[in-house]
Write a protein that binds this ligand. Structure first.
Ligand code: NAG
Ligand code: NAG
Length: 215
């Protein structure tokens, strides 16, 4: 069964910054799984990750980047945080479904007391693209919606849950989710780098209209 995690929607606004010339969207395919052993280990330990198909696992769990955030080796750091969170949870909290794990990590990911990391992480507007990769967010202790979403999605990937970040077009009508495989020819829009069409995406407008109209 395929389950995607819905993360905070990144609103597209024009002209936020011209500092985003650090396009990393042309990563070579062979660089896609820089530390596969950690994620595979996680997959074996996490019962909620068992039901993912190999395609979904490779696209949305094992991949290490979402958009054109700086490429950093976040897995060892996120391991510390998510392991601490899950260890704390085991005796007290029922984490048998994907929804349980997503809610629990979302409630614990932002405080040094639960992550054991150096900083709390809080929301601060207008930080993308300078602060949006997971290491910058953790070191500064804040990021705006893109950085907070990327950190959260990376924590979920680490525990074996398929996760990706969405973006809304400035017209408010179309919503995309980023992906790694470019074979569908769709570009994922980035508010901070509008001319960059190199990050692949999926048009998820119909899905979001359906999901959000029920709320
Ligand atoms: C995997 O999917 C099956 C069938 O949908 C379900 O019964 C089972 O509980 C799932 N396992 C986990 C660990 O989510
Ligand atoms: C993190 O936030 C808590 C309150 O939620 C505060 O007590 C603590 O001092 C903060 N830690 C750091 C390192 O800022």
């Amino acid at each position: 069964m395929v389950r995607f995690t819905i993360l905070a929607i990144t609103a597209l606004t024009i002209g936020i910054s011209d500092a985003a010339q650090t396009s990393c969207a042309s990563d070579e395919v062979q660089h896609r799984y820089p530390r596969p052993e950690i994620s595979l280990d996680t997959q074996q330990k996490s019962s909620w990750a068992w039901n993912l198909s190999q395609d979904i696992y490779q696209e949305y769990v094992a991949t290490y980047a979402h958009v054109n955030e700086a490429r950093v080796d976040w897995r060892p750091i996120i391991t510390t945080a998510t392991s601490a969170i899950l260890d704390n949870a085991l005796s007290t909290t029922d984490l048998s479904t994907v929804e349980d794990v997503v809610s629990y990590i979302s409630s614990q990911m932002w405080h040094t007391e639960t992550t054991g990391l150096v900083n709390n992480v809080t929301f601060k507007s207008s930080q993308t693209p300078l602060i949006c990769d997971p290491m910058s967010t953790l070191i500064y202790g804040y990021a705006s919606c893109t950085g907070v979403s990327i950190l959260f999605a990376d924590a979920l990937k680490y525990v074996g849950i398929a996760a990706r970040i969405p973006a809304k077009m400035a017209n408010g009508k179309q919503i995309f989710s980023s992906r790694f495989d470019a074979s569908n020819g769709v570009a994922h829009p980035m508010a901070w780098d509008l001319e960059n069409l190199e990050v692949p995406g999926d048009d998820r407008t119909v899905y979001y209209q359906d999901a959000c109209n029920k709320c």
